[in-house]
Write a protein that binds this ligand. Structure first.
Ligand code: FES
Length: 125
């Protein structure tokens, strides 16, 4: 019989926790966008990352994604934040997602014109 800790470790390994260079949080909450806009953006993000082999991957641009209910901005959504850069993006409707993935995730270049706040995370050595 496995211990809770080994089950957790197994669950994390199944989704390749430990192999990611970025984590994207996309808010689909109804205080910042319509349900339809949020779900369309999430579906596009999910599909685009899968198509480019960036989701559940251990490649150089491997990216974890999380759908959230609120990031406490609550306007001009869908709101998206990507770490470790800590770039906060507004109005991330489905039509913007492919360009975001290509520039921010694949090329590592911020899409400056869509960013409204920054909070980069630094790593302690
Ligand atoms: S509902 Fe999207 S940030 Fe609050």
């Amino acid at each position: 019989m496995s211990t809770p800790t080994s089950k957790l470790t197994e669950a994390a390994l199944q989704v390749k926790i430990g192999s990611y260079t970025r984590h994207i949080f996309l808010c689909v909450g109804e205080s910042c966008c319509s349900k339809e806009q949020g779900e369309a953006a999430w579906t596009t993000l999910k599909n685009d990352l899968k198509e480019k082999n960036l989701s559940l991957s251990d490649g150089p641009s491997a990216c974890y994604r999380t759908k959230t209910g609120c990031l406490r901005i609550c306007m001009q959504g869908p709101i998206l934040v990507v770490y470790p850069e800590g770039n906060w993006y507004a109005n991330m409707t489905a039509d913007r997602i492919p360009e975001f993935v290509d520039r921010q995730i694949v090329k590592g270049e911020a899409v400056e014109e869509w960013i409204f706040a920054r909070n980069p995370l630094s790593q302690n050595d």
